[in-house]
Write a protein that binds this ligand. Structure first.
Ligand SMILES: [Zn+2]
Length: 124
């Protein structure tokens, strides 16, 4: 790997990490997420229109459906193995499912945002 490829890979990771933590990929202001898994319409600092690049529609199902099946399987295995009380199982499922789904949505949306911004020539 040349140093140019290394810097490019590091730059991609930096942009993705920044987007995951809510930083604008262009100016690094904390303005990307308006809701747990929804972009703000635009960056409050530099005006980059996130809404124009936000992935929507059925493409997200290709990640969410297998993840949901995995979570259901995990819940059934946990119930078989430990037999926790129902209140504990329900509480655990609310926390785990919402955390995993929101995390996956953020990761996927941030990666697609970075790819779309690069394709549009907004990011180097
Ligand atoms: Zn910005």
């Amino acid at each position: 790997m040349t140093s140019g490829e290394s810097q490019n890979a590091k730059g991609q990771g930096g942009h993705l990490r920044a987007a995951l933590f809510g930083l604008c990929p262009r100016c690094r202001a904390r303005s990307l997420w308006d809701a747990p898994a929804a972009f703000a319409p635009a960056c409050r600092a530099c005006g980059l229109a996130f809404a124009n690049y936000e992935p929507r529609g059925r493409g997200l199902y290709f990640v969410l459906l297998p993840l949901t099946a995995l979570l259901i399987t995990g819940a059934l295995k946990l119930d078989d193995a430990v037999r926790p009380p129902l209140w504990l199982m329900l509480g655990l499922m609310v926390v785990v499912v919402s955390g995993v789904i929101i995390g996956a949505m953020r990761l996927m949306k941030a990666a697609l945002l970075i790819a779309r911004l690069r394709a549009a020539g907004v990011l180097a």
